[in-house]
Design a protein around this ligand. Structure first.
Ligand SMILES: Nc1ncnc2c1ncn2[C@@H]1O[C@H](COP(=O)(O)OP(=O)(O)OP(=O)(O)O)[C@@H](O)[C@H]1O
Ligand SMILES: Cc1ncc(C[n+]2csc(CCOP(=O)(O)O)c2C)c(N)n1
Ligand SMILES: [Mg+2]
Ligand SMILES: [Mg+2]
Ligand SMILES: [Mg+2]
Length: 329
């Protein structure tokens, strides 16, 4: 609700404000935070100089991902609600990739003054919906004026007494496995980029990723030696494991599924579905390595092996071309 005296409305102050500059900073904060349900671990939520969260494990997992209009999303391709969900999902995905469970998120929002109030309302609903799906709340944030709409999220998580699963523990002989979708978001991006709005299965995957929440802790319990989420692309993100662990990774292409749905979309667009699966980002799948002696946890499927050496190969051959998204390239 708007508080009297704060809003700078035009001559007819009974009108609902159309833009956020008419609402003002503090009423906007009130608008996006009021009446929301926090998790039991939140001892102090939004409203003070900082929030206070319980840290049951005694350690806190912390990660940040920033999303910028025209770089990470477009409002002619996605609704504000979808953008809000995606912004939280990509952050919770990094908590998942450490083998942790999320405990709270903080949301920094930069908006141009002419941003419609309805856009921020819907964005906030999307942010909250994805957070609440994970059983957490938005425990704080910041609102500033900016030239393009920017969402900077910090996610916090709990290791539940387990060691974090880092990028650096893969060992020769380990199996490489994946949980979640690969290539779907890139297919959706290609469809939207050509001016189409369907098929909804791929467009939806681009608008709101579906990270395999729960598979991260599952991998940790199953003894994963390394893990990363796919934000830039399978080959690029596997490259982070190879580099950090000082090993080579070889993908076995007969094990890497190229879904029929993606093949159909690719053939309609004259594109290459295999390329989407190997280098498409933003699916927020998990790639992990496991000792070959241990059974893979249920959400994971084998896609390759870890060997001695360096870099990522496919059936022993290097991949030619960009392996994933890189900013400024
Ligand atoms: N400006 C920065 N200052 C300090 N550390 C940073 C900065 N930018 C990135 N990092 C760190 O570098 C590492 C890699 O960052 P990156 O953003 O690639 O990770 P990610 O979130 O897994 O990937 P993505 O951004 O594609 O989702 C992370 O540990 C991140 O915290
Ligand atoms: C309008 C628009 N154009 C292009 C893309 C594709 N894209 C942007 S950032 C990124 C990698 C992950 O980002 P980060 O590394 O910052 O986490 C990808 C694949 C998009 N989502 N929206
Ligand atoms: Mg990551
Ligand atoms: Mg990330
Ligand atoms: Mg990235």
């Amino acid at each position: 609700m708007l508080k009297e005296g704060r809003s700078q409305l035009g001559p007819d102050s009974s009108q609902e404000p159309q833009t956020i500059s008419q609402v003002g900073e503090f009423d906007l904060i009130e608008r996006v935070t009021a009446g929301r349900q926090q998790s039991p671990g939140t001892q102090l939520g939004p409203g003070d100089d900082a929030a206070v969260l319980a840290a049951p494990d005694g350690r806190v997992v912390a990660t940040t991902d920033v999303l910028v209009e025209q770089v990470h999303f477009r409002f002619d391709w996605s609704t504000p609600h979808q953008v809000g969900r995606k912004a939280v999902a990509v952050n919770l995905s990094d908590i998942n990739a450490m083998g942790a469970v999320p405990t709270g998120v903080l949301v920094g929002l930069g908006c141009p003054p002419e941003t419609p109030t309805a856009v921020v309302d819907e964005l906030a609903d999307g942010l909250w919906e994805e957070a609440q799906q994970a059983g957490i709340g938005i425990i704080g944030g910041d609102m500033v004026s900016s030239s393009s709409l920017t969402i900077s999220i910090t996610a916090l998580g709990d290791l539940q007494g387990r060691d974090p699963v880092t990028r650096s523990g893969a060992r020769p002989g380990d199996v490489v496995a994946v949980a979640g979708r690969l290539g779907w978001s890139a297919a959706g991006l290609a469809v939207l980029g050509r001016g189409f709005r369907s098929p909804v299965a791929v467009v939806g995957a681009h608008r709101v990723p579906e990270p395999p929440y729960g598979a991260g802790p599952q991998a940790a319990v199953a003894g994963a030696t390394s893990m990363v989420d796919t934000s830039d692309g399978l080959l690029a993100d596997l490259g982070h494991i190879a580099t950090a662990s000082g090993v080579a990774v070889d993908l076995r292409m007969e094990q890497v599924e190229v879904p029929q749905r993606l093949t159909e979309v690719a053939s309609a667009l004259g594109a290459d579905a295999r390329h989407w699966v190997l280098t498409g980002g933003e699916d927020q799948a998990l790639i992990a390595t496991f000792p070959a002696s241990r059974p893979l946890p249920p959400d994971f499927r084998e896609i390759g092996v870890v060997t001695e050496g360096s870099g990522v190969t496919i059936d022993g051959n290097p991949y030619v071309g960009p392996t994933g998204w890189e900013h400024w390239r």
